[in-house]
Design a protein around this ligand. Structure first.
Ligand SMILES: Cc1cc2nc3c(=O)[nH]c(=O)nc-3n(C[C@H](O)[C@H](O)[C@H](O)COP(=O)(O)O)c2cc1C
Length: 235
């Protein structure tokens, strides 16, 4: 059975738009037979990595020297074959999510390889992880606004020498709501996120067509810009 571990780095935790899109994706993953679990980074009381000496590679290989909420997450990270990182765009990501990403180092072993001009490590024996996917939401209109975050998730997968399964990007996420209700366009985007979750488990990747449907425009760019600019003026 495919085991999916989702890590939600939104400071709004389970109440945010990131959690909303993530939940749909995980529903799709479960429909395809996966076992899923979600960790909320802000509930872990994470300490940042303070070990500049890479002790988890050369001192106590595979073990982080910091004792905190990550202790309970490491066994789940080692057992999952699919890691779904979920994060809002915070130019580029929330600080605690960055702390989490730094703390993933003990899962890798420093048997370095050089491919296409880039240095790559690998996951340790006993770590089941084979792919990383990303769920991200932002409030600006265009999908490209998430590019930096997509690059970070892809880079982590490549550094670990595992697959990058794609990014479910929900731009102008605030426009999913009107009068505290999901708009019809948002309902369609969430249905696409659910299909993406099914594809992730079934195919190990998410199709471009489905990911485009997750990101479908909900309002014209000028409308969104008008909303922002009118707020600024206090209209
Ligand atoms: C500090 C901060 C920086 C942000 N930077 C961006 C940004 O660069 N681009 C963007 O589209 N949205 C940005 N946002 C908006 C969030 O990405 C957006 O509201 C997201 O959907 C929040 O997800 P959540 O509801 O799960 O917290 C920013 C929000 C905050 C608080």
């Amino acid at each position: 059975m495919v085991r999916v571990l989702a890590v939600n780095g939104s400071p709004r935790r389970a109440k945010g738009n990131t959690a909303l899109v993530l939940r749909s994706l995980l529903e799709g993953a479960e429909a395809a037979g996966a076992e899923t679990e979600t960790v909320i980074v802000d509930e872990l009381e994470l300490k940042p990595c303070t070990c500049g000496a890479m002790r988890c590679w050369y001192g106590t290989p595979g073990e982080c020297c910091i004792r905190d909420g990550m202790d309970a997450v490491y066994p789940r990270l080692r057992a999952a074959d699919t890691l779904v990182l979920a994060s809002p765009v915070y130019v580029p990501l929330p600080g605690r999510m960055q702390d989490f990403l730094n703390r993933v180092c003990p899962l890798m072993e420093p048997r370095l390889e050089f491919h296409d001009g880039r240095t790559r490590a690998r996951v340790r024996p006993g770590v089941a992880l084979r792919r990383i996917a990303l769920v991200t939401t932002g409030d600006w209109w265009e999908r490209e606004n998430s590019a930096r975050l997509v690059g970070i998730a892809r880079e982590l997968a490549e550094v670990m020498n595992i697959g990058f399964a794609g990014a479910a990007i929900r731009p102008h996420a605030l426009a999913m709501w009107k009068d505290k209700q999901l708009t019809p366009g948002a309902v369609e985007a969430l249905a696409a996120a659910k299909r993406a979750g099914t594809e992730l488990v079934r195919d190990g990747t998410m199709s471009e067509e489905t990911l485009a449907a997750v990101s479908r425009p909900l309002v014209p760019e000028e409308t969104l810009r008008g909303m922002y600019n009118n707020w600024l003026r206090g209209d």
